[in-house]
Design a protein around this ligand. Structure first.
Ligand code: PLP
Length: 381
């Protein structure tokens, strides 16, 4: 039976990975600056993570949410300490899209409304509710017509004020930094304006930190750089370092109703063990500090590299390199980086390279990429 072909894949068969290095079946080593799409947070096969998961699997791997699970409590406690959101509660699910669907549901249950404000170029997942929150043509579906969603540009203050006077929104949903949309960060003043309008109109502010969260930008959540607080924060990707875990942090003003949210797999023993090991390693190895430090190094080296880069965007280890389209090196750059440089990177459209490496990326590894990147441009001259 053939696979349903929905992915464009590189012909690389990875058989082993440690830290930021992936080895294929031919013994070739690749530097991982993609982190399996921002998922590998503490590094591949971290010994603390491997040991914790193996031991947990030998004790008990799964039971349903029908019985208490002390690991969920421990994870909630750890997140309370690390996230900067004391007093919030935790709901666990399995993925980013699922976290966002649950957040929208909670918002509409709370204020009885059904209209949502979202942003152009956003990405909140591929489930039928989440695809209605974007204008991304590759995922929009006829289902979108069933949803009441308005889309405006990031940082369009005029459109924001206007639409808030016209509609009473259940929720505003915004990414801390847009990932799939090309690493675009809303300004602090725009996020603050959204916060004020949401508070004034009893609208729920949902921060989608699925890609930008979990220490990637040097703070636990990207929106914390703007000094605002969200009503619901959605998380996934880096949370489980590869084990599927998603979650919501929910403000104390929400009243839980039995049966309103639920999941079969969410918050199972292995998922919680993975998430706890991630937080432990993040703290012990100061990976948030490392993201900020290595991110600055890359910015210092490439921020002004105008031969190849039209715009450098992002924070910490969530980096977007918008390439100069008028330079011949740009057209084959991503292939060259992978095939000749043996470095994994991500993309956002044809001319934006995305770097989303494990947060343990070290200086030498960052320099390897920078050197190769610059070489690609200079050797074309
Ligand atoms: C910001 C954001 N939200 C939600 C999602 C969807 O996450 P998942 O693929 O785990 O459903 C993604 C995935 O790329 C994302 O980047």
């Amino acid at each position: 039976m053939p696979l349903f072909p929905v992915y464009k894949t590189w012909d690389i068969n990875a058989v082993k990975a440690r830290g930021c290095v992936i080895t294929d079946d031919k013994g070739r080593e690749y530097l991982d600056l993609y982190g399996g799409h921002a998922v590998i947070s503490i590094g591949h096969s971290h010994p603390v993570y491997v040991k914790a998961l193996s031991q947990q699997l030998q004790r008990i791997g799964f039971y349903s949410n029908a019985i208490v699970n002390p690991l969920q409590e421990r994870l909630a406690e750890a997140l309370t300490r690390i996230s900067g959101y004391p007093g919030y509660s935790l709901f666990l699910c399995n993925s980013g899209a699922e976290a966002n669907e649950n957040a929208l549901k909670l918002a509409s249950f709370r204020n009885g409304r059904d209209r949502v404000l979202a942003f152009k170029r956003s990405f909140h997942g591929r489930t039928s509710g989440a695809v209605a929150l974007t204008d991304n043509p590759s995922i929009c579906s006829p289902f979108n017509a069933n949803h009441r969603v308005d889309l405006i540009d990031l940082d369009d203050f005029e459109a924001l004020e206007k639409t808030f006077t016209q509609h009473r929104y259940a929720a505003v949903i915004v990414e801390g930094i847009q990932g799939v949309g090309g690493i675009r960060e809303p300004s602090a003043s725009f996020l603050q304006k959204i916060r004020d309008l949401c508070t004034a109109r009893d609208t729920v502010l949902i921060l989608d930190e699925v890609q930008s969260g979990y220490g990637r930008t040097g703070k636990f959540f990207a929106h914390q750089h703007a000094g605002i607080r969200a009503d619901i924060i959605t998380m996934a990707k880096g949370m489980g370092n590869g084990f599927p875990v998603g979650g919501l942090l929910i403000a104390p003003s929400f009243t839980p109703v039995l049966g309103q949210l639920g999941t079969t797999f969410g918050g199972n023993y292995l998922a919680c063990t993975a998430a706890l090991a991630v937080l432990q390693v993040m703290e012990e190895e100061d990976l948030m500090g490392n993201s900020a430090r290595i991110g600055s190094l890359v910015k210092n080296e490439l921020g002004n590299f105008s031969e190849g880069i039209r715009e450098f965007r992002g924070r910490g280890l969530m980096i977007g390199l918008e390439l100069r389209q008028d330079h011949p090196a740009s057209s084959t750059l991503r292939d060259d980086i992978l095939m000749k440089g043996q470095i994994f990177t991500g993309a956002a459209g044809p001319n934006i390279i995305r770097l989303l490496p494990p947060l343990c990326l070290n200086e030498e590894q960052a320099e390897t990429f920078i050197k190769f990147f610059k070489q690609c441009y200079t050797s074309h001259q």
